[in-house]
Design a protein around this ligand. Structure first.
Ligand code: FAD
Length: 288
């Protein structure tokens, strides 16, 4: 399927999924199984992450092209500018344009930990990537939004100012995962107050194991509410219960976001279909 995400968002509530490019051929084959499992619920699109400095460049490209060939789920390719020259970014984008890819998530990206000596890259901020993507082709461009503020921002208001600036040039945003509906609603209100009303898709990360969510939350600066910690820790000696409590928490958050008028839900699928399908079925999303 080839469609612009802004067109799809204008048609109604969106239900999207996020994947990472597999590291081995075996994992690539498993990812096809994940797409087979998800296809019947008709995700609006699947986004495919991009490793810092192009470390997954070919693999991201392969997964995006695989989706185009399958023809059942619209792909969106992530692209980060860190450690890339302008010419390298143009080359990646030209490849996507020629392959018929229509959707790009334009990001700054983070150098990997301990990446001293990496080239800085030609761009400092995601807005420059948005502008370049629009220059290279008639792409629909998404950007990242951080409901609790980007961890490197001096304060929330400064982050919102820059978010509003880049979303003014882009077509829509997808958020980092979060657990408090009010963080999302506060961000949408702030953007509206700055005259920006482009769709912002809330990102939901189902907790599938107690340890990993703490690590991820620390990395991306998402607060884990005491109530979420209490519910997960109450069952922490039983991995099956942790997973089902995690999916339950994701469903409650998703349902509250739907009630609050979010334009869609973006699920951090972590290359596994089952939890995402459970959320889709519980909330009646897609054709679940
Ligand atoms: P920016 O929008 O540039 O913001 C980064 C920081 O700079 C913020 O603090 C912002 O307030 C500040 N800033 C922005 N503009 C200006 C300006 N003009 N002047 C001064 N300060 C400014 N990372 C990957 O490596 N690969 C991925 O595939 C990937 N996918 C992601 C998907 C989503 C939905 C999200 C939310 C994040 C993703 N990330 C990914 C992580 C992202 O790359 C990091 O959070 C990164 O640190 C910031 O990227 P950004 O695009 O938000 O940057």
């Amino acid at each position: 399927m080839m469609a612009r995400i802004d067109t799809l968002l204008a048609q109604g509530f969106s239900f999207s999924v996020e994947m990472s490019p597999p590291k081995t051929d075996e994992a690539a084959a498993r990812l096809d199984d994940v797409f087979d499992a998800l296809a019947p619920v008709h995700p609006t699109f699947a986004s495919v992450t991009y490793g810092a400095g192009g470390s997954t460049r070919e693999r991201t490209h392969e997964v995006v092209l695989r989706l185009l060939t399958r023809g059942d789920i619209t792909p969106m390719a992530h692209l980060t500018s860190v450690a890339h020259s302008r010419a390298e970014l143009v080359a990646v984008l030209t490849g996507y344009r020629e392959a018929g890819v229509q959707n790009i998530l334009a990001l700054k990206g983070d150098p990997p930990p301990g990446a001293d000596g990496w080239p800085a890259g030609d761009f400092n901020h995601a807005i420059e990537v948005v502008e370049l993507v629009k220059e290279v082709g008639p792409f629909c461009v998404g950007v990242a939004a951080h409901p609790e503020g980007h961890p490197q921002s001096p304060d929330l208001a400064t982050d919102r100012k820059y978010l509003a600036e880049k979303l003014r040039v882009a077509d829509f945003a997808v958020t980092q995962f979060f657990f408090r509906v009010d963080d999302y609603l506060g961000m949408v209100e702030d953007l509206a107050a700055r005259g920006v009303d482009k769709p912002v898709l809330p990102g939901i990360m189902p907790i599938l194991n107690a340890g990993s969510v703490r690590r991820m939350a620390e990395l991306c600066g998402a607060a884990l509410p005491a109530e979420v910690i209490r519910r997960v820790e109450a069952v922490s000696d039983d991995p099956v219960s942790v997973r089902s409590v995690g999916v339950e928490i994701a469903c409650e958050l998703g349902s509250a976001l739907v009630d609050a008028g979010a334009p869609g839900l973006h699920v951090y699928t972590l290359n596994k279909a089952e939890a995402t399908l459970e959320i889709a079925r519980a909330l009646g999303l897609g054709s679940a």
